[in-house]
Design a protein around this ligand. Structure first.
Ligand SMILES: [Ca+2]
Length: 405
């Protein structure tokens, strides 16, 4: 029996760590579709949205593209064009000038419900040779849906680029109903294995501590779906061999530290207790037993407390919650003052957070783009050394941050 982790009366509230996945009226969807059609005909010219002060001096926020419906993930192609997922189930190619391609044919049917849909996209480390990319999505099943990861190739020979030969390489064993907490960031490790973050699906949070469940985990697989033989729970009776770490709530940001190569993640707390964590193979990250967060609305404590000897403590936590999504370390030249910083998008917090570290010790948190009133879904460093953001709305945009000229 799935555990129902919430007290009666709290279930069904539409407040889920700030990642609303918002109910959108059909009329609004139709309007968005029309807007996307217009965007195809008339690519947006990059225009300045704001000039802001920052610790790196004055910065310009520039609109690169618009007309994206709840864009979720951005990945740069080798020629500086961008792959962008839209949560309802579309994958597009966007030129540096902001022209959106038609949705690529060949994307599987997704469970576009709540926070679910087409989610992350990542190029394989072998992309230059084989054109392989990976994407995560909410995969519909008879009982509900689950986070799945597929690989496919981009077929450039088609009249317009299309996905060919997609194959599922991983799918959660559990596929409950409900539309929340899919996790699903994809991050390749330096050894070529792939980390996949998996949410607790909101109503099933106790399974985050259960090693026989894929809910509330980070798994590590090879890009063909095989399990690396050095995964921490290989050979542990009753444990799923894909699991790399557990006790996670909803991880929507993952990146490798540019110096150490270690996996860093953040995750949504409930009411308070959003976390930044450094990855340790086999570690327990606590949810829902050890957390700084509290129950929605009623505010009661969750679990046992905020620390325990056998639970990995967060490097940083946000109370109140900012609802983090997207994560990138900055290691380019255009913002010399920001080299080594970690950038985190915030949905509920409507900002871009910069975290500055001395080694693995946080020394400064800077809050950028407050006042734009945009939910930030993803943040990436571009090949030009500038920062690129996705905004989460029916009329989502790609924004770029550049030094003011
Ligand atoms: Ca934790």
């Amino acid at each position: 029996m799935p555990s129902r982790g919430l007290p009666q009366g709290v279930r069904g509230l539409r407040s889920f760590g700030g990642d609303r996945g918002g109910p959108v009226a059909r009329a609004a969807r139709a309007a968005a579709a029309v807007a996307i059609g217009i965007a195809l005909l008339a690519p947006a010219q990059a225009k300045r949205v704001a000039r802001l002060a920052s610790s790196a001096g004055p910065i310009d926020v520039v609109e690169v593209a618009r007309g994206l419906e709840h864009p979720w993930s951005l990945a740069f192609l080798p020629d500086a064009r961008m792959l962008v997922t839209e949560r309802p189930g579309r994958l597009r190619i966007v030129t540096p000038a902001g022209a959106l391609s038609a949705p690529l044919e060949g994307v599987p049917k997704v469970h576009a419900n709540g926070q679910g849909g087409l989610l992350d996209v990542a190029l394989s480390p072998t992309f230059a040779d084989d054109g392989v990319l990976l994407f995560s999505y909410a995969q519909p099943t008879a009982s509900g849906a689950r986070t799945a990861v597929a690989r496919a190739r981009i077929d450039w020979r088609a009249q317009s680029p299309a996905l060919s030969g997609w194959t599922v390489i991983f799918a959660q064993r559990q596929a409950p109903s409900g539309g929340h907490h899919w996790g699903s960031r994809l991050q390749f490790a330096r050894d070529g294995s792939l980390f996949v973050t998996l949410g607790d699906r909101y109503s099933y949070r106790d399974q985050a501590q259960d090693l026989s469940s894929h809910l509330g985990k980070i798994v590590r697989i090879f890009p063909d779906g095989r399990v690396p033989p050095d995964n921490p729970f290989v050979g542990t009776p009753g444990a799923l061999a894909e699991i790399w770490s557990y006790g996670h709530r909803n991880v929507q940001g993952a990146a490798l530290h540019p110096a150490s190569g270690r996996l860093w993640t953040h995750e949504h707390g409930p009411q308070g207790g959003d976390e930044v964590n450094i990855g340790v193979a086999g570690a327990n990250y606590g949810w829902p037993v050890i957390t700084f967060g509290r129950e929605y609305v009623i505010g009661t404590r969750i679990g046992e407390g905020s620390s325990r000897a056998d639970v990995q403590a967060p490097l940083h936590q946000w109370t109140p919650s900012i609802a983090p999504s997207g994560m990138a370390f900055y290691d380019a030249e255009r913002f010399a003052a920001w080299r080594g910083s970690l950038f985190v998008g915030a949905l509920r917090g409507q900002m871009l957070v910069r975290l500055e570290f001395d080694g693995e010790r946080l020394v400064r948190e800077e809050r950028l783009l407050e006042g734009l009133r945009e939910r930030i879904r993803d943040v990436r460093q571009g090949p030009d050394g500038l920062l690129y953001l996705l905004t989460d709305s029916d009329e989502g945009r790609i924004l770029r941050i550049e030094p003011a000229r």
